[in-house]
Design a binder for this molecule. Structure first.
Ligand code: ZN
Length: 656
């Protein structure tokens, strides 16, 4: 099975009206440019979201103007040049096929087969429980048996709920309440997971080594179906810069090879004439590498076959620089000491509104811990939380019996916990589940806004004044033996309308005696949802509070880099015999209405860096790939060095 490393991904969505598909295509020239970039793996469309095929299909619809067998020519050229080629099929969308087979489409709960916004390409989607499901399987067989491909990339597999006759009959058989949106969404998920399994079975029956990834099927649902994972994330194309750090730290815990898929577009997919700056695209690649992911860059193939040399030049410059790091990237695994638990439903987006509530929390926690240079994974609520020194339970980690058992095990093994707001409460939010929290839950905070006054143990770096808690939290009381590290200060009056005035000026009044932060044994608890608040408004005192608590609970973090600016990132990976600290110094700048721009790397100088020794014997510290030696010493269990210059990125290697 091919192990993808330096990859490209091509969209080839082409209107059936296009008059000259492939008329200028030179597969050799195209793959020569891939070789220039050191590419070992490429995903290219066999059949696009317009529903037309770029190979000589007997099953589907050839693009009407395609000359020859474009995909076949590419497959042959890739085979000659040792590039693994994966065939892309858009499973969720297939517009030309939908046009000819309206009975294959989703009938939405509102009764649409064509939704009103016809320029949104999801206006019409395919139902896998119709004859379309069999049709897709036939195309899969045709491709896997007919072409020398490494695998399949199955896209847009987020089938919306369907009330067409096939789905309706099965829902009735299964006693699914088809008038209940929640149950409808569950059935739609069952349909897409089942489709993924059918595709996998058909492909593996022909090629047991086929690489398989199902984009749109939640990653945990394809654990036993697919072979590798990708995370599609175009930071300037709608995903933003908080997604990769969060999702990357989650997906890498699933035990499969993971590709970080970015794109060359200034905006998003389909932006033919848009191009990223070099620093911006390189930042994405490096960020994924630092997280232990391999890289793939998305482009859109010109339907005539024109080679976009400017894009290839850009990718070649970036890949040729990064490929010098290959010896230190190959097989490298992340090293962490903190686990951040994602709220239910974790990264399961079957019910998008539930997912989005949790996403704010987990992205806030990720941003905060990244700025603090913590080494952490983001954990599924449904999988293991073992093997971390510290668990962060942000804002809304409610403990059912299973989660309570995980927390108990963690504490029994000597682990520490930083939790906030409702985390630690039972699913009905009646009280804290474990005595170890050392606090009594008294319901929602009565104050709007509440203020926090930091006590001496969490005062470091924070202002000596009542600081606003922007989001509503809980009210709690400390039990005997629990220490109060910060106090809630009430406002004179809450925000409200009394019939005469809108109360919008709400200065802090007096301390309430109620704790804002408590410490009980190995559990620190903050009364308010500081992680949600950090995602929404980024108040620095909240980050400083969490930093002070982490420092108290885990005084010896894996990495110490206190003088690195907040915008810089530090991540650790390891290979046998060495650990690598990746330092990134890039800042996306908000420009105008929408753009988030990285135009240049930022240069940092003389940055002290310490890596916890962890029982190893440091032999050598150097920069990769130049192998410039860095002087180091071992002090108090840390290998300490100073990085002279970081120009956007540095990899510091600790041979041990
Ligand atoms: Zn259906």
């Amino acid at each position: 099975m091919h192990n993808p490393k330096w990859c490209l991904f091509y969209d080839v969505h082409t209107m059936p009206a296009c008059p000259d598909v492939g008329h200028g295509f030179d597969a050799d020239a195209f793959t020569d440019r891939m070789k220039d970039c050191g590419v070992d793996y490429v995903v290219f469309h066999a059949r696009c979201n317009l529903g037309v095929a770029y190979y000589d299909t007997k099953v589907g619809i050839r693009h009407p103007s395609m000359k020859g067998d474009m995909f076949g020519d590419l497959a042959a050229a890739c085979q000659r040049k040792g590039i693994a080629l994966t065939a892309y099929i858009n499973v969720g969308l297939s517009h030309e096929e939908a046009l000819r087979h309206r009975e294959w489409t989703v009938l939405t709960t509102e009764g649409y087969t064509y939704k009103p916004d016809r320029l949104n390409h999801f206006f019409r989607s395919m139902c896998y429980n119709t004859g379309y499901g069999d049709h897709v399987v036939e195309m899969v067989k045709e491709l896997v048996s007919g072409y020398p491909i490494a695998g399949l990339f199955l896209d847009c597999m987020h089938q919306p709920p369907c009330i067409g006759i096939e789905c309706m009959k099965e829902m009735k058989e299964r006693d699914v309440d088809w008038e209940d949106q929640y149950q409808l969404a569950e059935f739609a998920n069952l349909s897409r997971v089942r489709m993924a399994q059918r595709i996998a079975d058909a492909a593996r029956a022909i090629n047991p080594q086929a690489l398989l990834y199902f984009n749109g099927v939640c990653h945990e649902y394809q654990q036993d179906i697919g072979t590798y994972l990708e995370y599609e994330c175009l930071p300037t194309g709608g995903w933003g810069y908080d997604s990769l750090p969060t999702w990357g730290r989650y997906i890498r815990t699933l035990g499969k090879p993971v590709l970080n898929m970015t794109g060359r577009f200034h905006k998003s997919w389909g932006d033919f004439g848009g191009i990223r700056t070099e620093a911006s695209l390189e930042n994405d690649c490096l960020h994924g590498i630092a997280l232990g992911m391999r890289t793939t860059i998305g482009d859109h193939f010109h339907p005539r076959g024109d080679i976009n040399h400017a894009v290839f030049d850009l990718i070649e410059r970036i890949y040729s620089r990064l490929q010098k790091l290959e010896p230190w990237i190959d097989g490298a695994k992340p090293v962490t000491d903190i686990g951040v638990v994602a709220p239910e439903p974790g990264f399961d987006y079957v019910h998008p509104e539930e997912y989005c509530r949790g996403e704010v929390i987990v992205k806030g926690a990720t941003r905060m811990l990244c700025e603090l240079k913590c080494q952490f994974d983001v954990l599924s609520p449904k999988r293991s939380w073992d093997d971390y020194k510290l668990l962060v339970l942000p804002d809304e980690i409610l403990l059912d019996a299973e989660k309570a058992a995980k927390v108990r095990r963690h504490l029994r093994n000597g682990g520490a916990i930083v939790s906030s707001a409702w985390s630690g409460a039972d699913p009905e939010k009646n009280g804290f589940v474990l005595d170890e929290w050392g606090v009594k839950l008294e319901g929602e905070s009565p104050h709007d806004p509440a203020y926090i006054l930091f006590g001496p143990e969490v005062a470091e770096g924070n202002p000596d004044m009542p600081v606003t808690l922007y989001e509503r939290g809980i009210q709690m009381a400390a039990r005997e033996g629990t220490r109060t590290l910060a106090e809630i200060v009430a406002p004179y009056y809450n925000r409200h309308w009394d019939g005469e005035h809108g109360f919008v000026y709400n200065p802090p009044d007096k301390g309430t005696g109620k704790p804002a932060v408590t410490l009980s044994g190995h559990v620190a608890h903050i009364s308010h949802p500081v992680f949600t608040s950090y995602f929404n408004d980024a108040p620095v005192p909240m980050r400083q509070l969490v930093a002070n608590l982490i420092d108290k609970m885990m005084p010896d973090p894996l990495v110490k880099a206190d003088s690195l600016p907040s915008f810089a990132r530090a991540m650790v990976t390891e290979q046998p015999g060495r650990r690598m600290v990746h330092i990134l110094a890039y800042v996306p700048e908000r420009r105008g209405a929408r753009a988030e721009m990285i135009e240049e790397p930022i240069e940092l100088r003389d940055v002290p860096l310490s890596l916890r020794v962890d029982g190893k014997t440091p032999q050598r510290v150097y920069l990769a790939p130049t192998e410039d030696e860095l002087p180091f010493e071992t002090v108090n269990g840390y290998t300490q060095t100073t990085v002279p210059v970081i120009n956007g990125y540095a990899m510091v290697v600790f041979e041990e």
